[in-house]
Write a protein that binds this ligand. Structure first.
Ligand code: NAP
Length: 277
């Protein structure tokens, strides 16, 4: 069967001539998304915070599609570094059309054991980081306005959320709170920016095979337990998310504003109720 990962489902050049910035783009979902956007014709900024070598490899792969790309180190929870990253993007690419606010992490602990550092780290990167990037992107979108030959919108922001924006998750209160916050942040920004021609939306992945959740799929026992939560009975590939983001950022989805697209194999369908309840 063709899978998203084997490339046979590659999208047409829906983003030709557009400039995209993807945070956390040297690994997992962000990496697949940066590559998909490049394949779709966009020039891409590959943001990372620690993994320079992996970021350089992503840049090379994107350049092989005949578009431009560069890697930029920045901690998305640091205001100064985010501002500098957007300044460099505008300097090198002239503008930015698409932001994929993807960078994220987990610092898991039972709530009674969770330190303030663990709480602040996850909220800082997953939620504040997305806000800072969205704010800087929106400033540039408003400054430039709509360029009809490029896109019907003045700009597109895709927030990487999670099924945990609506599914509570014991032992992960910082992460679930950050993703619940993204839902309301995304909708509020969408409401505020839509009159300016800016589309803000989110993609909410279910269980995707990446380093962030390795323990959930790397042994057969863990994967069997995980599949119980997924009606479609497969763990997702990063490309499943990348394709949804690419479509959402393109004019094919121009009338989609303030929406979350769940890409989760049905995880949010309350699978426990298939046989219970
Ligand atoms: P991943 O492979 O661990 O990638 C996380 C990325 O975030 C890395 O590129 C990392 O960069 C970057 N990052 C971490 N802290 C950062 C910071 N302060 N500033 C800039 N970049 C930072 O995990 P992933 O699964 O692809 O996760 C990507 C997003 O998808 C996250 O928002 C996550 O919550 C969401 N998500 C994932 C799943 C899943 O099942 N995998 C499900 C739902 C939602 P470095 O490598 O340089 O540290």
């Amino acid at each position: 069967m063709a899978t998203a990962a084997d490339g046979r489902l590659a999208l047409p050049p829906l983003l030709r001539g557009q400039k995209a910035l993807v945070t956390g783009a040297n690994s997992g979902i962000g990496k697949a998304t940066a590559i998909a956007l490049g394949r779709a014709g966009a020039d891409v900024v590959v943001n990372y915070v620690s993994g320079r070598e992996a970021a350089d490899e992503v840049v090379e792969e994107i350049r092989s599609f005949g578009v431009q790309a560069f890697a930029h180190e920045a901690d998305v929870s640091d205001e100064g570094q985010v501002v500098a990253m957007f300044a460099r993007t505008v300097e090198e690419f002239g503008t930015v059309d698409v932001l994929v606010a993807n960078a994220g992490l987990q610092r898991d602990a039972a709530s009674t054991e969770m330190t303030l550092d663990q709480w602040n780290k996850v909220i800082g990167v997953n939620l504040t980081g997305q806000f800072l990037c969205a704010r800087e992107a929106a400033k540039e979108f408003v400054r430039r306005g709509v360029v009809p030959e490029v896109s019907r919108a003045a700009g597109k922001i895709v927030c990487m959320s999670s099924v945990h924006q609506i599914i509570p998750w014991s032992g992960h209160v910082n992460y679930a709170a950050s993703k619940g916050g993204i839902l309301m942040m995304m909708q509020t920004l969408a409401q505020e920016f839509a009159p300016k021609g800016i589309r803000v939306n989110a993609v909410a992945p279910g269980a995707i095979r990446t380093p962030i959740n390795r323990s959930a799929w790397e042994t057969p026992e863990a994967e069997t337990a995980l599949l119980e939560l997924i009606p479609y009975r497969r763990v997702g590939d990063p490309e499943d998310i990348a394709h949804a983001v690419t479509l959402l950022a393109s004019d094919l989805m121009d009338y989609v504003v303030g929406t979350t697209i769940y890409v989760d194999g049905g995880m949010t369908l309350f699978p426990g109720f298939a046989t219970g309840g």
